[in-house]
Design a protein around this ligand. Structure first.
Ligand SMILES: NC(=O)c1ccc[n+]([C@@H]2O[C@H](COP(=O)([O-])OP(=O)(O)OC[C@H]3O[C@@H](n4cnc5c(N)ncnc54)[C@H](OP(=O)(O)O)[C@@H]3O)[C@@H](O)[C@H]2O)c1
Length: 120
């Protein structure tokens, strides 16, 4: 049996919803997706549509319960929201934020050091 992948998402807008829909309709069967409360309507919709998607009540619940964390917030809000959260050293961070530089992001998500930017 394949190991379960615990994927978390912070910021459930247009781009995160597209990535989540893509993952849920792919051949990947061993992923559990945990979504932040914002946007609540999008998160609730996706959690209702896909059995492996869960909607969480706080942003901190996402890094608390995920190994890989996708960040898809808008640049003006991202820094403020992320600096309030606690990440762990062994987590993988995938940023979809176009205007957030690697050097700034790495300070915000420390002690996590495995960081990549995935700009579609
Ligand atoms: N769309 C694209 O094709 C695209 C392509 C490349 C890169 N990106 C990058 O992806 C990022 C997101 O873009 P987007 O188009 O998906 O924007 P978006 O639709 O506005 O999504 C941003 C989401 O963040 C949520 N949010 C706001 N405050 C929050 C909080 N305190 N906690 C948790 N979530 C919160 C918003 O929820 P509310 O709606 O409730 O405010 C919204 O759903 C941007 O940085 C952009 O540069 C987007």
């Amino acid at each position: 049996m394949k190991k379960i992948m615990n994927l978390g998402f912070i910021g459930i807008g247009k781009i995160a919803s597209a990535v989540i829909e893509g993952l849920c309709t792919s051949k990947i069967e061993n992923a559990i997706l945990r979504l932040s409360p914002g946007n609540e309507e999008n998160s609730r919709y996706l959690a209702k549509k896909y059995s492996n998607v869960t909607w969480l009540e706080s942003n901190q619940d996402v890094p608390d319960q995920s190994e890989v964390i996708f960040i898809a917030l808008r640049p003006p809000q991202a820094e403020e929201i992320l600096t309030r959260l606690t990440f762990k050293e062994n987590q993988i961070i995938i940023s979809l934020i176009l205007l957030l530089k690697y050097s700034d992001l790495s300070k915000i998500v420390a002690p996590a050091t495995t960081i990549c930017r995935a700009i579609p």
